[in-house]
Design a protein around this ligand. Structure first.
Ligand code: NAG
Ligand code: NAG
Ligand code: NAG
Length: 561
């Protein structure tokens, strides 16, 4: 028995300790049970009649997931921190303090079992008003509740498309109590260290930056809508603003750069010669089609609004009109370059402007047209015999630049066709021996005799052939001149087309580059204002003195831009 008593004592002590720990462990459970006894979570904590429950709100942004321009919805992942005091949950006052006074830490309470202030996201677009997870609330001994539920919200955000993709957007998240008016609860922004948190909190460690959007301003405001009375639910609301700016690199690389390159290719059409008019048209129309594809890409991206045209859309419309003008220009140039003197008459006025003044102004490598050079030089009269010996030479003296001997031969044959059929045989004979040869043979008799008489007789003998020879020479010269005139004028139409091409090229290049630069400068200067609210220079950000306290906060300073 003696040996048994210390043993039993030990067991007793151990049992006592176990029960003590159990009671200590159960104390929180006891407290929770006690707090929930007779607690009605549907009733607002109102100690005295007329009490207004103050609910303070803080929003911590962990991720700006996306901004869907087409649906005008901003998707964010946030933590909504809410604080309020519920007198029914306090245990720092008697009689509860006697029992649970030793519990000084916060009590974790399922949020669904206590009263909640019913604060919801008012401007959501997907019917998800509530938080994502009803996590536990922390209750302090003084009855104040701290609740930090996470939420993924899709809020409506009116998109301003004017400057897309160099735009910035002003999105809001409006929180309001769905059932309690300003007479029952008061929504306020949270206070920390005597400062009202008038901004959306961003914890640099938890925050994931969005690849498309940079946050420029993130103020928060309690808004009193004076249009309503205090009894209306719309009277008070807490609004978080996110003023975000698009990082345009994605669009620059994927849409703008290809579009500019593609469109400048359209200008290359002018490097094709005027004669390749068909290819010019094909090329510029292909460019036009390519631009239409880009227009489709953009139309898929921006909201279907008719209120404004996005900048990139304006640019595409602009390059498309430039390309359309290039196509029109190609058609006109094609028309002009294929004109012939038979179908069109070119007046000297047109010649003067397009072949003299403009080429000189544009410093084109081209012989300017002058009224003198256009006049066809007269062929010397070849009626007398002296010039006859030089007749052959005379034909070649006909001042036409591009006379081919082939053309002359055809002309000569044409002449032989025109002569009578009886003469045809002789002509053929003469052709074989050469016209001049037969003449010279006849003349040689006279020349060999040496006397003037003999010469005159031989000349008389040869006179029909000589006449024929002269006539044929005249004919050849005449047709050569005609042809040369024809070709000259044909060439003039080509030159006119070239000048028109050059003028249009210069105009289009200027229009294209000035337009491109102007439009992108417009985008470049579309920066969000330096303060979040128009006409209010305040930044709505933590003061810098607080920021530079810790290196962690230095990181945060980066987010403030
Ligand atoms: C609180 O703890 C003290 C010592 O830690 C103890 O003496 C006291 O009995 C405890 N009070 C209650 C109510 O448990
Ligand atoms: C807040 O203000 C009160 C009085 O206005 C002061 O006693 C307290 O020290 C301040 N707290 C901080 C953190 O500045
Ligand atoms: C953003 O919108 C609010 C109203 O919704 C307006 O008061 C504020 O000035 C806007 N901010 C900017 C920078 O335009």
């Amino acid at each position: 028995m003696d040996s048994g008593s210390p043993c039993s004592l030990a067991i007793f002590v151990r049992m006592f300790m176990v029960s003590a720990t159990a009671s200590a462990l159960n104390l929180e459970g006891e407290l929770f049970k006690d707090l929930m006894k007779g607690y009605n979570k549907n009733v607002r904590p109102m100690e005295k009649s007329g009490d207004i429950t103050q609910v303070s709100i803080k929003m911590t942004l962990t991720n700006l997931i996306s901004l869907n321009e087409k649906e005008e919805a901003l998707m964010t992942s946030v933590w909504i921190e809410m604080n309020w005091c519920d007198y029914r949950l306090r245990w720092d006052q008697p009689p509860r303090s006697d029992l649970y006074g030793n519990i000084t830490s916060e009590l974790r309470v399922p949020s669904k079992s206590i009263w909640l202030p019913d604060v919801i996201l008012e401007n959501n677009v997907d019917g998800q008003f509530e938080v994502a997870l009803y996590c536990n609330a922390l209750v302090s001994p003084n009855g104040c509740v701290y609740w930090l539920p996470p939420a993924i919200y899709r809020s409506a955000c009116a998109i301003t498309v004017n400057y897309f993709p160099f735009d910035w957007q002003n999105c809001t998240m409006v929180f309001r109590s769905e059932t309690y008016s300003a007479n029952e609860i008061e929504l306020v922004l949270k206070e920390e260290d005597n400062h009202t948190l008038e901004w959306v909190d961003i914890d640099p460690e938890a925050f994931t930056e969005n690849g498309e959007w940079a946050i420029r301003h993130r103020p928060a405001k309690k808004v009193i809508n004076s249009l309503y009375t205090k009894d209306d639910l719309e009277y008070q609301e807490v609004v978080f603003f996110l003023i975000i700016q698009r990082k345009p690199l994605f669009y620059v690389i994927n849409i703008i750069a290809p579009c500019v390159l593609f469109s400048s290719l359209g200008l290359l059409v002018y490097y094709l010669p005027a004669k390749a008019g068909g290819q010019k048209c094909t090329m510029s129309i292909a460019t036009l089609l390519g631009q239409t594809v880009f227009l489709f890409l953009i139309a898929k991206k921006v909201p279907e609004t008719s209120n404004a045209v996005p900048l990139i859309g304006k640019y595409l419309m602009f390059v498309m009109s430039v390309t359309t003008m290039v196509v029109m220009n190609c058609v006109i140039v094609l028309n002009v370059s294929l004109r012939t003197p038979n179908t069109h008459i070119m007046t000297d006025k047109v010649r003067k402007i397009l072949l003299n003044i403009l080429p000189r102004l544009l410093r084109m490598q081209m012989r300017p047209w002058t009224p003198n050079t256009h006049e066809t030089p007269k062929i010397p009269e070849t009626g007398n015999e002296e010039t006859l010996s030089a007749g052959r030479k005379g034909v070649f003296l006909v001042p036409c630049r591009r006379r081919s001997s082939m053309a002359l031969i055809t002309k000569a044959e044409e002449y032989s066709m025109r002569t009578a059929r009886s003469e045809l045989m002789f002509t053929r004979l003469r052709e074989r021996n050469g016209l001049m040869k037969s003449v010279l043979e006849k003349l040689r008799d006279g020349l060999e005799g040496g006397t003037a008489e003999q010469l005159s007789t031989s000349l008389a003998k040869a006179s029909p052939e000589l006449k024929q020879c002269v006539a044929s020479c005249k004919h050849i010269a005449e047709t050569a001149r005609q042809q040369s005139n024809f070709q000259n004028e044909n060439e003039e139409w080509f030159l006119v087309a070239r000048v028109i091409d050059r003028v249009c090229f210069i105009i289009m290049v200027l229009v294209f580059f000035i337009g491109t630069i102007a439009i992108f400068l417009m985008g470049h200067f579309n920066q969000p204002p330096s303060s979040p609210f128009l006409g209010d220079p305040r930044k709505y950000l933590p003061s810098l003195q607080n920021l530079t306290d810790t290196p962690e906060n230095a990181v945060r300073a980066d987010f403030l831009g």
